[in-house]
Design a binder for this molecule. Structure first.
Ligand SMILES: Cc1ncc(COP(=O)(O)O)c(C=O)c1O
Length: 290
């Protein structure tokens, strides 16, 4: 059983936004659950339900050494007595990160893959070769991207009663951005890509959002050098925001959302009196030191 806490919305204290008469609220999905926090349960819930209804013996997915998605999946698998297995882009010889260590404690098993194999799996083209190894298994793609994950994110609309002009969120696979764009057709959803070269996501997002909806923007300018890369300006901004507020930000996703927001504010891209909502998608487990 996964029991969720509430995810309040409250104002962000930020002098820059006040000076520009832009109001910024944050939705604290990071508080939803100590492990399956942020967008994790939203993306996983219908997938897990589907896997259980198909009586799958294994749920298999993929991710990196610090994957929030694998971390959440392993926890849920353990709670609900479902076997989990992950293809991890890492060297066999290297010691497990705290993230993978937790996953292992929760019963997840691993196959470590080269970059090339990982890229092939990402396309799902080579998944067939594993069917014998894992009969009756349920496949969840990288970051959980799927119709069912998008469906789960859409449920967030039930919790948001106020109207927002802009909703900012971190973007990896893009499932969360797709769900938000569908859930809030009268807001502009800005997905801040956490990695470089995210432009390739555009057609996939377009296809999964609904062709008639043009209420979203993929911001590809604030990845700070690439996935899990940080720059001094990002770290300084995170410290300043944390100093004046009672939430923490990870450098991989949510910190970059604020970094993008800072540029949008400074460059006047957010009109006077804009109402902005940031979705805090969690990810704080990945900030642990090795
Ligand atoms: C903390 C956090 N925020 C945002 C995202 C991006 O979500 P999506 O893959 O749905 O774009 C992820 C990745 O799953 C994440 O772990």
């Amino acid at each position: 059983m996964i029991t969720l806490n509430s995810s309040p919305i409250h104002a962000v204290s930020w002098k820059l936004a006040d000076e520009l008469s832009v109001s910024i609220d944050i939705k604290r999905d990071d508080l939803l659950h100590p492990v399956v926090s942020g967008n994790k349960w939203r993306k996983l819930k219908y997938l897990i339900e589907d896997a259980r209804s198909k009586q799958s013996q294994h749920i298999i997915s993929m991710g990196g050494n610090w994957s929030n998605h694998l971390h959440a999946l392993a926890f849920v698998g353990n709670e609900l007595s479902i076997n989990t297995h992950a293809f991890v882009r890492a060297h066999k010889e290297q010691s497990l990160t705290p993230t993978l260590n937790d996953c292992q404690q929760w019963g997840m098993t691993f196959d470590f893959t080269s970059r090339k194999e990982y890229a092939e799996l990402r396309q799902e083209r080579t998944w067939d070769r594993y069917h014998e190894q894992f009969p009756n298994s349920y496949w969840i793609g990288e970051g959980g991207f799927s119709e069912l994950a998008i469906q789960g994110v859409k449920d967030i609309a039930c919790d948001v009663k106020k109207e927002y002009d802009y909703i900012f969120v971190g973007c990896g696979s893009g499932a969360t951005l797709c769900g938000l764009a569908q859930a809030f057709p009268s807001s502009r959803i800005v997905g801040v890509a956490a990695f470089s070269g995210a432009e390739y996501l555009q057609p996939q997002l377009k296809k999964n959002i609904a062709t008639e909806l043009d209420n979203w923007t993929l911001d590809t300018e604030h990845h700070c050098g690439g996935f899990a890369k940080a720059i001094v300006e990002l770290e300084e901004l995170i410290s300043a925001i944390e100093l004046n507020n009672d939430f923490k930000l990870d450098t991989v996703y949510n910190g970059k959302v604020f970094y993008a927001l800072k540029t949008w504010l400074e460059s006047g891209k957010l009109p006077l009196n804009s109402r902005v909502l940031v979705i805090h998608t969690g990810g704080l487990q990945g900030t642990r030191e090795v």
